[in-house]
Ligand binder design. Sequence first.
Ligand SMILES: [Zn+2]
Length: 208
Amino acid sequence: MFHNFHTHHLEHESEQAIVQGRDCWGLHPWYVREDDLIGKMENGKWIIDNERIPPLISNPNIRAIGECGLDCLCQTPYDLQLRAFHMQIQLSESLGKPLIIHCVKALDDVLTLHRKYQPRQAWIMHGFRGKPQQLRSLLARGIYVSFGFRFQAETLQACPLDYMLLETDDDPRPIKPLYIQVSELLNISLEELQGRMEKHFQQLFSLQ
Ligand SMILES: [Zn+2]
């Protein structure tokens, strides 16, 4: 079995995946609108209006909140992105579901928010293509790092398996070639890598 922690496509054979829109719910920074926000900011933290949480989000089939986050290269006003991210951090905490994060050139703000909220839920930085130094700043906060086909080899090699996840994101290919590439780079067997990812998948998304 190959576990895929974030994809916009349905599973290929021998895959178990967190499929965007089916297994998780989120407001992507590219598309977020003012009307989507539930609740309001008070003293620098988001207060959710619980009455307005759509039942879909609380449904146990929804295993995670996201992808959500911050993107400095998109058109959405940054202030709106920030408020939407605050809101989803609170949703993740109050519903007890991990948070899948999209982050483009906004790493410091993600880290600042992690310090501010001290979340109990796991945070997953998806599609990570950063440098080893950025990786270390995430690991220092205990944030999981998910790598897709376009990873930086040096960074992936610096990432402990305990915090590593693998994903295909919007790439339609099966994930197996990525597993093979990673197991070779890390000099571990494919079976060991599969075992570690399966364990993460069960821990993060409570799946058997
Ligand atoms: Zn994605």
